[in-house]
Ligand binder design. Structure first.
Ligand SMILES: NC(=O)c1ccc[n+]([C@@H]2O[C@H](COP(=O)([O-])OP(=O)(O)OC[C@H]3O[C@@H](n4cnc5c(N)ncnc54)[C@H](OP(=O)(O)O)[C@@H]3O)[C@@H](O)[C@H]2O)c1
Length: 264
């Protein structure tokens, strides 16, 4: 299938690792010029290097998305490099494990700043120029926790529910504009961070040492899904590339689960 993405310009927040890195690489493989973003310069340089070594076009910009001034600088630098932005992927996020009685009100506010308000900052800065061009894609990376929250990460689930909700509001606001807004909600994805979390848990639970063994145990005993494994950043990237493409013009305000059928 030809996605007709060649030459489009995209920014993927939180693409110095994990799912964001997978999305940036998939878009670049389709000929999209990608701005890679995060806080760790070395990781950003690595991702850009890997994309360009593969024949893609990528730049990077560092910055903390919880700070207005950083986000302003990220927007200016992106528009300077690309002249326009066609695709905004709001992926950056954090998932601290705190129970109901451990997370303070300030912890809740801080997580909402990273997982929700950072997306709003990006949307407010890039939307005006998308409106001028009459075409655009805004994609929020939420989580299945936004629909089916876990008792041990209450504020995380609440931020992800907010992501799904804000997508629908924005899609309605942009009716007839040529700009679509969608959510992608992954289930467990085998990023370095997720693997480290479960590898630590595996020691206590006697789940073994090899990732394949641990993944099997987690999908059998803790997070079952119909496919029987974790997803990969590339699989999320493929879905995002489709939604970002002109052939997905008729899809807006939607929430796509990519979770191996966990919520089915
Ligand atoms: N992994 C999963 O199983 C899973 C499942 C469902 C949903 N998700 C969602 O997918 C998204 C990515 O998760 P991931 O697992 O790929 O996580 P990850 O590997 O930890 O990557 C998180 C990314 O976000 C960036 N980031 C975090 N806070 C930031 C801030 N304040 N300012 C700028 N950048 C910031 C990080 O940049 P630096 O490291 O450079 O600071 C990094 O690039 C998140 O929204 C998460 O909720 C993940």
């Amino acid at each position: 299938m030809e996605l007709n993405l060649k030459g489009k310009k995209a920014l993927v927040t939180g693409s110095s690792s994990g799912i964001g890195e997978g999305i940036a690489k998939c878009l670049a493989r389709e000929g999209v010029h990608v701005m890679v973003q995060g806080r760790k310069k070395q990781e950003l340089q690595r991702v850009v290097h890997e994309i360009t070594a593969n024949g893609g076009v990528a730049h990077f910009i560092e910055g903390d998305l919880t700070r207005d001034e950083d986000v302003q600088r990220i927007a200016e630098r992106t528009l300077q490099a690309f002249q326009r932005l066609d695709i905004l992927v709001n992926n950056a996020g954090a998932f601290p494990k705190r129970g109901w009685l451990q997370g303070s009100p300030q912890d809740w506010l801080d997580l909402f700043n990273v997982n929700v308000v950072a997306m709003v900052r990006m949307i407010q800065l890039f939307l005006p120029q998308m409106k001028i061009h009459g075409w655009g894609r805004i994609i929020q990376i939420a989580s299945v926790a936004g629909i089916s929250p876990s008792p041990s990460l209450p504020e995380y689930g609440a931020t992800k529910a907010a992501n799904i909700n804000m997508t629908i509001s924005l899609a309605k606001d942009l009716a007839g504009s040529g700009i679509t807004v969608n959510t992608v909600s992954p289930g467990p994805i085998a990023t370095a961070g997720t693997r480290a979390l479960f590898e630590e848990m595996a020691v206590e639970k006697n789940w073994g040492k090899e990732w394949k063994e641990i993944e099997k145990k987690v999908t059998q005993e803790m997070l079952p899904n119909l496919v029987g494994r974790f997803g990969t950043p590339e699989e999320v990237g493929n879905l995002v590339a489709f939604l970002a493409s002109p052939i997905a013009d008729f899809i807006t305000g939607a929430n796509y689960r990519i979770d191996g059928g966990r919520q089915a």
